[in-house]
Design a protein around this ligand. Sequence first.
Ligand code: HEM
Length: 399
Amino acid sequence: MNNRPHIYAPEIWNNPHPFYSTLRRDAPVSQVEPGGMWAVTRYEDVLYVLKHPQLFSSEGLRAAVQPAWLEQRNPVCDSLLMMDPPAHTRLRALISRTFSAQGVARLEPFIRSSAESIVADMLARRRVDFVESMALALPSRAMSALLGLDASLVPRFKRWADAVVSVGITPAEATQRRAELCADLDDLKHHLTQVLELRRREPGNDVVNDLLQARAQGGVVSDDELMSFLVILLIAGLETTYNLLGLCGLMLADHPELWARLKADRTLVPRFIEEVLRFHSPSQSTMRITTQETELGGVRLPKGAVLLVQFVSANRDESVFPNAHHFDLDRTGAPNLAFGQGIHFCVGAPLARLEARTAVEVLLERCDRLVREPGPVTWNVAVTTRGLAVLPLELLPVP
Ligand code: HEM
């Protein structure tokens, strides 16, 4: 037994900020459970890690996220998220154009009409679980359009995403859960294999097609890489955006003064999204592994130390964000690190921002108010993401 704090303990998970404030002050780089990982908590140190991939590798982590019981099933392992240069540079170049701000702007009409029909449906029902009705529905539609997936698969997206993100927190004794996770990952792979086969026969106008073309032209993408690309796009595109949208709903319902300001001035919506990203960090953390003995924040780390790089903490660092625990629509200054930094900076950031901005704009246009039952909210637990499990809301239409 050791005395290290466990970051999934309910008292930390439900409100992580007091815990990380203390770490930033007293032990900014220190070991936590599970696994004795080194939590990196200050903005400056988080940035340093992300900007030095030669010292802090993503590739070296593969073994850590592929426990033996998964029998090589974790598809994230072959994705660009788990690669260092030069392999990472090559794969990233294949999708950067599709996901650029101009690339995703083409999706805007589709995202707007999807958001409008979702809000109309919620208003018709009046009392809804916002998480399921909006936060899950909009990114699911966006990802099916982007990846050319059949809309009938949407109900399975969340199950697959949950399987991928819960691999690292499933305890050794949870045999039944492990069997379910393996079955879900097999199901995911089976469906994506079918999508690839279909696209080979009938090319579409989507990311799958772009990847297959890149492969035909240069033979640069292996089958495993192709599969992992689809998985990482689907999971990263769904899980984090889902959390962001749910958290936007929470802030809009709980802060009538914010709602009123945004209603009066819609140009503030992008700032609102950025502040939700900073304040809540839907992607809580990422991981890296040291390639050699190195010093970070005054601590000597051995080679092979696994780092938990905490965006959730860096984004509340008082030395960078004055009054960091206050939600401030007028905040200026340093950028938040919600989408990471450096070579792995989130490729889907323009898409996530577009989805969130559109959802909030349509809510402001169509609703008079969002009302939440008072009381605590339920947080979901996953390795690196944090958001709401459910958010019951009543939507009042504009008179
Ligand atoms: C609010 C929504 C999102 C958040 C907070 C978020 C956050 C992040 C973060 C922090 C990273 C960097 C991880 C690291 O450095 O290890 C990342 C990478 C990535 N994200 Fe996102 N993400 C979001 C939405 C999306 C969407 C919509 C997509 C795709 C459609 C996406 C695809 C990716 C991919 C492919 C990577 C890996 C990039 C690389 O390794 O070069 N993300 N994301």
